[in-house]
Ligand binder design. Structure first.
Ligand code: 6GU
Length: 235
């Protein structure tokens, strides 16, 4: 999978060199390229923002540097006449649709995703219309709170999507019993020692009885989901 990121803070993405995703990049499973939006500014001060039409607080990202950046990224290897076959443009935004595990799964099959990271009060709305002539466009939010820009959100989505790309996580079985994969939170886990500082591992896990273990884990999933995330359960 190819992933491009457009940002005014490329350094945010330095951490993609460590851990699982770093290894996946080294192995050629993920081709992640980070681009500095300011490289596409059109004045010598490398300006990428301006005041909002209609007034109001804060600054808005200018459209032209975005168009130049997206054009350059999409030009490599896409049919310019067919937006449906173009890259998937994801713009992190608290005003977007909610990002979920099911979207992460869906997007793990994409050949090419481009993250556009906005700062300030946002990106000139026409950029989304323009991007829709080159590829498919989605505005996506991590949840109902506000970050200073799209970078941290893009990082989270890159990790959530990237780890589902075949080969990135060594043992694919570890992906199926996770929280949210079956609509429930995951069951609690324990390791040795069985007795630790006065806390015990539940007996059923030491019983060696696979059926009872599976039933207990399922019950725990449902109980946890009921108390912590009742919104995930059917009415
Ligand atoms: Cl995707 N962007 C920003 N700026 N804030 C957020 C978010 C995204 N998701 C939650 N808060």
């Amino acid at each position: 999978m190819r992933i491009d990121v457009v940002t005014i803070f490329p350094a945010f993405f330095d951490v993609l060199e460590v851990s699982l995703l770093g290894r996946a990049r080294g192995a050629g499973l993920l081709d992640i390229r980070v681009h500095d939006l300011r490289e596409h500014a059109t004045d010598r001060h490398r300006t990428v923002d301006d005041t909002p039409y209609g007034g109001g607080a804060g600054m808005v990202m200018k459209p032209e540097p975005w168009a130049l950046a997206l054009d350059e990224i999409a030009a490599a290897g896409h049919d310019a006449e067919d937006a449906a076959s173009g890259p998937l443009f994801l713009f992190p935004s608290p005003a977007g649709e909610r990002f979920t595990q099911s979207l992460a799964r869906e997007w793990s099959h994409e050949p090419h995703i481009v993250f556009g990271c906005g700062r300030y009060e946002g990106i000139d709305e026409r950029v989304f219309s323009y991007a829709a002539t080159i590829g498919r466009v989605r505005l996506v939010s991590l949840g109902d709170y506000v970050l200073n820009g799209g970078e941290v959100a893009a990082m989270a989505m890159i990790e959530a999507v990237g780890r589902l790309v075949p080969g990135v996580v060594g043992n694919p079985e570890s992906l199926v019993e996770e929280s949210h994969e079956d609509g429930l939170l995951e069951y609690p886990s324990y390791t040795k020692p069985a007795s630790w500082r006065g806390y015990e591992v539940p007996d059923v896990l030491l019983s060696g009885h696979h059926g009872r273990v599976a039933q207990w884990r399922r019950d725990q999933q449902v109980e946890r989901t009921r108390t912590r995330r009742p919104d995930l359960l059917p009415e």
